[in-house]
Structures are given as structure tokens and as C-alpha cells.
Design a protein around this ligand. Structure first.
Ligand SMILES: [Zn+2]
Length: 88
């Protein structure tokens, strides 16, 4: 069983083979990441790529200030809004 402190998505699992031939899993801190669109999975702009930036920046600096900002890209959002409006 893994340590409770390691049961988090903020750490990534790195699998390494030791000199004795055994395979081990190491839980490393993520240094940076990239936010992707939830629909088309293109990289999102306007979202900082480092955990440090997310921690110390203001709320409005962390993602675009619009509906689904930081979750869905502008093209997909436009398509969603169009679909929602036309289905009314
Ligand atoms: Zn998209």
C-alpha cells in the first residue's frame, strides 16, 4: 500500500528499474503541466503552465474570465453555445 501522502494527482508515478533488476514506482512532484481542452484536447492558452504560478497568482490570472474558461477552448465553446442556442 502506498503512503497516504502519495495518494494525490499532484504527484506523478515514475517507474524505474533498480540495479538489482526489480521495478519500483517513485512518486515525484509535477514541475509543470499543460491545460488541454476537455472536448478537442488542444492546449489552452491563458492558463499558466507551472504549479508555482497557479499557487501565487490572483484568481483572475489563473484562467480566462469567461464561461468554461480554462476547461474548454474558444472554438469548442462557440460551437457549444451555438448548439445550445439553436436547440432552444
Ligand atoms: Zn476544444
Amino acid at each position: 500500500m502506498v503512503r497516504p501522502a502519495y495518494r494525490t494527482r499532484s504527484r506523478r508515478i515514475v517507474k524505474r528499474r533498480t540495479p538489482s533488476g526489480k521495478s519500483r514506482s517513485y512518486y515525484r512532484r509535477r514541475s509543470s503541466y499543460r491545460a488541454f481542452c476537455a472536448i478537442c484536447s488542444t492546449p489552452l492558452s491563458g492558463v499558466p503552465g507551472s504549479l508555482y504560478a497557479v499557487r501565487y497568482r490572483g484568481r483572475t490570472e489563473k484562467r480566462p474570465e469567461r464561461y468554461y474558461g480554462g476547461v474548454v477552448c474558444p472554438a469548442c465553446l462557440a460551437a457549444m453555445l451555438k448548439l445550445a442556442t439553436r436547440s432552444l
